[in-house]
Design a protein around this ligand. Structure first.
Ligand code: ADP
Length: 910
């Protein structure tokens, strides 16, 4: 009987008691003799030595006292009760182990014999099978879960499995390492660390290539400090380790790492390999699936973005299959991706269709790779065409041949290309037709050699590049300008850019002024490579500028030499320029004039009037002339006739004034003298009238005095009478004094400044001088006093002079008329009227008027109809000047009875 049979037999005996006659070797197994109470009498057999307690002395321990607690229960009661049943008894071993036995009890006289065999190995086998079964179940469960979970939960599910693995085998650290996608070595994909264990690994941690060198034939156990592979120390640190490989077609694809652990379990290597495979295989499968999916998404997204997509020819059915995106972008509908080839060709522009078709045939028949660009047929011709690049090739050989390619939207590039080409052509055209020459000069050891000229060189100068080479160009430059040209080259090399102007000879021998602008281009090291520049023909402009300069010079001389004062000044009267005559008047040098203010030499009033006048200049009426009076340094008053012309900007605002002035002081003085002498003449003329004017009060006084004296001599001179007479004399003295006073005032020279005054004041003054005299001559003065008050500007004494002239003339005309017509009752009427702008003083008489033929001449100087020595012929002409000076008008007409003179003056403030 073999040991296996023996074992089998033992297993069979599990349910029935062994036959009584079974020979049992006395010394095998274990035989215990028991008394009827179940107390052990003797122990025999080979296993005896393994028991924890041996019998000694008289003590008879109960059988159950030798057993482990688990099997003590099956031997309750007495041995008689245990007959005919199999007994599984676990004895406590001497080395604290458990001795698994199986057997039966049989009567042995008045004792009982318990016969047992060792079944430890049998149990262990069963246990192992159970473990295996469990492991298998766990594996398939884990596999299944990893296969079906969603991709996003994959890491979590793996970690859960690693955790249950760790707990089942009591492993402190478990991790799954996978080959990195980018082949950079191994990387922890998931891990579990018990809470009291050192953290050996983290998810995502890189392990390098240390694991590559491990022989992956079997699970490998590493005891601390015994690793013959030092590189593994970087993976496990100094901890004990255990690692299990998973291999697929390409070699080891995953490692299960168990840290701080060395396997002592009953789990076999094969089980570990299976377990690891159960985790790694589905995990890697899912990850591959994920990568594939992502790749597909990327490709689709890329195709969508690029406006590209694959196509495949299906020659058997004369069809073509397109990527869905491509199909969409080509025909804008979601039609079938598979369609007849002819339908697809319809989408291509007729101009490109045939070529594409023939190339497709070449691809099929000859295997010739296809590469072409085609336009799409579009209904809206307004838009830029859509261009596709079509590329194709043959894949595989024989029956597995496939014709595959892609289409790529290149409209942007193509249209840009076309636009760039058009722009380039336009630019070329422009350069060729412009008066500019573009040139390139190459840098050759410190010199610049002409290397290119644009086509415009020939029409401009008549030369070609060959004529203008390095040596030739210098000879074409005007001899006077050659230094300029060489300096230009030096500056260009030194500073990187230059702008200069020199003359170049053309083929006809004429010189052109060229404006040269050049820039130096350098390479990456900063060394000069070439100069790019531009020649602009500026001959006309240069000559014109020359002419302008010359004419400006001429004008400058003219202005400087002019006897007139010429200047420019800003609207605030600040001088910007003045010539020598002006500077002489203002007693400085011409250079000192700019910045000085003209107003400095004007009185406040003059300045205001000046500024007011300038402010009225406009684009329509840019010129104004006036006589201004100035107080010049160290001189009397100067009178300048001053003509201003405004210069305006594009908005019509005054920017500057150009002025020409002439000194009018002398003229003005003689005019003044003339006025004065006329005035004195008037006074002289009035002498008779004045004598009368003074005689009158003298007569009254004489009469009063004669009467008083008469009374005094009669002796009846009462006080009241005397007082009355003395008062009358006093009044007459005052009257005479007024006349004399006024004469003195009138005889004085006019003041310099004009003042506002009421013209009625002049009328009154005139009458105070004349009325008595006129009355004495029998001329009635009809005065209509003004019932209004207005102001005019000028000199009251001069207006008075005018009125005296008019009235004296009227008087003369009346007196000579009375000689012819003794019954004439002569009168002079004076009345005043006004409107919003003017005041008019009328002086009329009934002296018969002026001969109409003379009317036009009476204002001429020295025109008189009076006898020599009587008339001066100046009265009216001086009067005319005075009224005009005040901005007014003196006019004459013949009325019903005689002459009608009118002095019209502007009213101030109107
Ligand atoms: P004069 O009085 O010295 O002659 P005027 O210039 O004052 O010089 O006058 C010029 C001339 O105008 C006079 O000679 C006279 O003929 C004429 N005249 C002026 N006023 C009158 C008037 N009221 N009626 C008629 N003639 C006049």
């Amino acid at each position: 009987m073999t040991a296996g049979d023996n074992l089998f037999g033992r297993l069979l005996g599990r349910t029935s008691a062994m036959p009584a006659d079974t020979p049992v070797a006395n010394l095998t197994g274990l035989q215990l003799q028991l008394d009827h109470l179940g107390r052990v009498v003797t122990i025999n057999g080979t296993l005896r030595s393994q028991l924890a307690s041996h019998l000694g002395g008289d003590a008879r321990p109960l059988l159950r006292e030798l057993l482990c607690a688990s099997s003590a229960l099956s031997v309750e009661g007495s041995p008689a009760d245990w007959q005919r049943q199999g007994l599984d008894l676990d004895f406590r071993g001497a080395a604290d182990q458990v001795l698994h036995t199986r057997g039966w009890v049989e009567p042995d006289g008045d004792h009982w014999t318990l016969r047992l065999v060792d079944v430890s190995d049998l149990l262990a086998g069963r246990q192992l099978a159970g473990h295996r079964e469990q492991n298998h179940q766990l594996s398939s469960q884990m596999s299944e879960q990893l296969r079906v979970c969603t991709l996003s939960r994959l890491p979590d599910v793996l970690n859960e499995h690693l955790a249950s693995l760790a707990q089942r085998w009591r492993i402190p650290c478990v991790a799954m390492a996978l080959l990195d996608e980018d082949d950079q070595g191994w990387r922890i994909y998931g891990q579990y660390t018990a809470h009291d264990a050192p953290a050996l690994w983290q998810a995502g941690q890189r392990l390098g290539t240390g694991l590559d060198s491990v022989n992956g034939n079997v699970p490998l156990s590493l005891a601390q400090g015994r690793s013959d592979n030092p590189r593994l120390q970087s993976v496990f640190g100094n901890a004990d380790g255990f690692l299990v490989p998973y291999r697929d077609g390409q070699g080891i694809a995953a490692w299960l790492l168990c840290g701080v652990y060395s396997t002592q379990s009953q789990t076999s290597e094969r089980d570990w390999l299976n377990l690891t495979a159960a985790l790694a295989a589905p995990l890697l499968g899912r990850l591959r699936e994920q990568r594939h999916h992502q790749q597909l998404e990327r490709v689709e997204a890329l195709q969508g973005l690029l406006g590209t997509g694959w196509w495949e020819l299906l020659p058997a059915t004369q069809e073509i299959q397109l990527a869905p995106q491509l199909q969409r972008s080509l025909s804008q509908d979601d039609g079938a991706t598979r369609q007849p080839l002819s339908l697809w060709l319809e989408l291509i522009h007729p101009a490109d269709r045939q070529e594409l078709n023939s190339r497709l045939q070449d691809l099929q028949a000859l295997g010739k790779p296809l590469l072409t660009s085609v336009r799409l047929q579009r209904s809206d011709a307004d838009h830029n065409p859509i261009w596709y690049r079509v590329q194709g090739q043959v894949l595989g050989v024989g029956d597995s041949r496939r014709w595959i390619g892609f289409m790529l939207d290149i409209s942007d590039i193509k249209n840009q290309q076309l636009q760039a080409a058009a722009a380039h052509a336009r630019l070329d055209n422009l350069i060729a037709s412009s008066p500019a020459v573009i040139y390139v000069q190459r840098y050759v050891s410190g010199a610049l050699h002409p290397a290119f000229f644009s086509d415009s060189l020939l029409p401009l100068l008549g030369w070609t590049l060959a004529d203008c080479d390095h040596a030739g160009l210098a000879s074409l430059i005007h001899p006077d300008d050659r230094d300029l040209y060489f300096e230009r080259t030096r500056q260009l090399l030194r500073e990187g850019s230059v702008r200069s102007r020199y003359r170049v000879r053309d083929k006809q021998g004429n010189y052109h002024w060229l404006l040269d602008e050049a820039k130096l281009l350098r390479d990456d090291l900063g060394l000069p490579v070439e100069a790019v520049g531009l020649w602009l023909d500026v001959t006309d402009a240069t000559l014109a500028a020359e002419q302008v300069k010359q004419s400006e010079e001429r004008y400058r001389i003219l202005v400087e030499d002019s006897p007139a004062m010429i200047c420019r000044y800003q609207p605030d009267l600040t001088l910007t320029f003045g010539n020598t005559p002006l500077a002489n008047y203002l007693e400085c040098l011409p250079a000192q004039l700019p910045g000085l203010n003209l107003g400095h030499w004007l009185s406040d009033e003059q300045r205001q009037a000046f500024v007011q006048r300038i402010s009225q200049l406009s684009v329509e009426f840019p010129v104004s002339t006036a006589e201004i009076s100035l107080q010049l340094p160290g001189r009397e008053h100067a009178w300048w006739v001053w003509s201003d012309r405004g210069v305006f900007d594009e908005h019509g605002a005054l920017v500057e004034v150009q002025a020409v002035g002439r000194d009018n002081t002398e003229v003005r003085r003689s005019q003044q003298q003339l006025t004065q002498s006329a005035k004195m003449a008037t006074l002289g003329e009035m002498a008779t009238g004045l004598a009368h004017e003074i005689n009158q009060p003298l007569n009254v006084m004489r009469m009063a005095i004669v009467n008083v004296l008469k009374r005094l001599s009669n002796g009846d001179a009462q006080i009241d009478y005397l007082t009355e007479k003395l008062q009358r004399i006093d009044a007459q003295v005052q009257r005479a004094a007024r006349v004399v006073d006024h004469m003195r005032v009138f005889g004085r020279r006019s003041e310099i400044e004009r003042h506002p005054f009421d013209p009625a004041q002049a009328v009154e003054g005139t009458l105070s001088l004349l009325s008595e005299g006129l009355k004495g001559k029998g001329v009635e003065v009809r005065l209509t006093p003004a019932d209004f008050s207005v102001q005019v500007i000028g000199y009251a004494d001069q207006l008075e002079q005018v009125l005296i002239n008019l009235m004296v003339n009227a008087r003369d005309a009346l007196l000579s008329q009375r000689e012819k017509q003794p019954d004439l009752r002569p009168w002079i009427a004076v009345h005043t009227e006004h409107d919003s702008r003017h005041v008019r003083i009328w002086v009329e008489d009934n002296g018969g008027g002026i001969d109409p033929r003379l009317l036009e001449r009476i204002f001429e100087p020295f025109f008189t109809t009076k006898p020599i020595g009587v008339g001066t012929g100046l009265g009216l002409s001086v009067s005319y000047g005075i009224v005009e000076n005040m901005g007014g008008r003196l006019s004459v007409s013949n009325g019903k009875d005689g002459a009608q003179f009118c002095v019209e003056l502007p009213v101030v403030g109107s």
